[in-house]
Write a protein of this length. Structure first.
Length: 324
C-alpha cells in the first residue's frame, strides 16, 4: 500500500475564471495546495519538461510558469475548466501554425491526460459528451425524456418531421459561437415557423439539429456534482428568453426547486454511463409537470447561478477534488 500524497489540485483554465477563483477559495479554506494553469499559455509563458523512465511510475517533471514550478507527480486531482487553445509565436506560416498547435495539444494534453489522479472530468469523457447526438442517445438510454430530434441537411426531411411532430426549433450541434470580422456572436435556439419551413435555403451545406418545440411552464438547470444536485428553475420574462433563456439574461428570475426522484435517478445513470463527474442538465418542465431533458453540458458555466441562488457548488467541487 502506498502512502497517500498531500493533496495538490491542478485547475485547468484561466485564472480570471469565476469557477477557478471560487474553487481556489474553497481549497484555501481546506488548507489544500492548488495551482491554476491555462494550457493556452504554452509555449509562450508556460513550459513543459517531463520524462518517462524505468525508475518511476508515470511521467516525472514539471510545468513551469513565471510564478512557480508545478511537479506533475505531486498532483492528486485535476479540475478541467475551459482552457484556451495554445498560442503560438507570431510570424508563423499557416502550415507551421497548424503543425505547432497540433504538437502542443497532443504533447501537453497527452501528458496531462495520463495523470493517474481524480479527474473532474477526464478529457476523453468530455470529448465524447461534446457530441450532441451521442449525448442525446445516452440521456435517453439513462431513462430521461428527450424531445423528438432530427439531424439532417435535407430540407424535405425537415418538412416531413414538422408534419409528424408539429412546431419545431433549430439549434447548433456544436459550440454556438460564430467568429467573424474580428468579433464573435452567439447562435441561439430559434423557432422554425412557417416562413422558415418554406425557405430552407442553405440547409444542405451542413448538419442541423431540429427538435419538436416543447411548451414550457419553466426551464430548469440542474447542476450535478457527482450525486449532489443543485436544481434551479429559470423563469423567462420575455419572448426571446422563452425560446432561449441565454438570449436575455435580464429577463430571467431564478428559484431553487426539487428534482423528481425519477429524474434524479436518470441523471445518476447518465453520469455513470458517460464517465463524468460533473454536468449541467437543461430541462423543460411542461404545463403538465413533465421533465424533458434538452441537453447536458459537461463544461457548463455555473458561477452565475451559484451567486444568484447562494448555491455551494464550488464547495461541492472542492470536496470531490480532495476526497480520498
Amino acid at each position: 500500500m502506498t502512502d497517500r500524497r498531500d493533496p495538490l489540485v491542478l485547475l485547468l483554465g484561466i485564472r480570471e475564471d469565476y469557477a477557478a477563483a471560487a474553487i481556489g477559495r474553497e481549497l484555501d479554506a481546506r488548507g489544500v495546495r492548488w495551482h491554476t494553469v491555462n494550457v493556452g499559455d504554452f509555449p509562450l509563458t508556460l513550459s513543459l519538461g517531463v520524462q518517462l523512465t524505468s525508475d518511476a511510475e508515470g511521467w516525472r517533471g514539471c510545468l513551469r510558469t513565471a510564478e512557480h514550478d508545478l511537479p506533475l507527480h505531486e498532483v492528486t486531482a485535476v479540475y478541467y475548466g475551459k482552457p484556451t487553445e495554445p498560442v503560438m509565436p507570431a510570424g508563423m506560416s499557416g502550415p507551421e501554425l497548424r503543425f505547432s498547435r497540433a504538437q502542443a495539444r497532443v504533447g501537453l494534453g497527452g501528458v496531462l491526460a495520463s495523470l493517474p489522479v481524480t479527474w473532474f472530468s477526464r478529457p476523453s469523457a468530455l470529448a465524447d459528451a461534446a457530441y450532441k447526438p451521442r449525448q442525446l442517445a445516452v440521456l435517453k438510454q439513462a431513462g430521461l425524456a428527450v424531445p423528438p430530434t432530427l439531424i439532417t441537411n435535407d430540407a424535405d426531411a425537415v418538412r416531413a418531421f414538422e408534419k409528424a411532430f408539429g412546431e419545431l426549433i433549430v439549434k447548433p450541434l456544436a459550440e454556438p459561437v460564430v467568429y467573424e470580422s474580428g468579433g464573435e456572436a452567439l447562435v441561439y435556439t430559434r423557432r422554425l415557423g412557417r416562413d422558415g419551413l418554406d425557405s430552407l435555403d442553405g440547409i444542405e451545406i451542413t448538419a442541423h439539429l431540429v427538435q419538436q418545440w416543447q411548451p414550457k411552464l419553466f426551464e430548469a438547470r440542474v447542476t450535478a456534482v457527482g450525486d449532489r444536485l443543485f436544481p434551479v428553475a429559470i423563469h423567462a420574462g420575455s419572448e426571446k428568453a422563452q425560446v432561449d433563456w441565454r438570449s436575455d439574461y435580464d429577463a430571467l428570475t431564478y428559484e431553487v426547486i426539487d428534482v423528481p426522484s425519477h429524474v434524479r435517478a436518470g441523471i445518476a445513470r447518465y453520469l455513470d454511463a458517460a464517465g463524468l463527474a460533473f454536468s449541467a442538465f437543461d430541462f423543460v418542465v411542461g404545463p403538465d409537470g413533465a421533465w424533458t431533458c434538452l441537453e447536458a453540458n459537461a463544461v457548463a458555466a455555473w458561477g452565475w447561478l451559484a451567486e444568484e441562488c447562494d448555491l455551494p457548488i464550488a464547495a461541492a467541487i472542492a470536496d470531490a477534488l480532495t476526497e480520498e
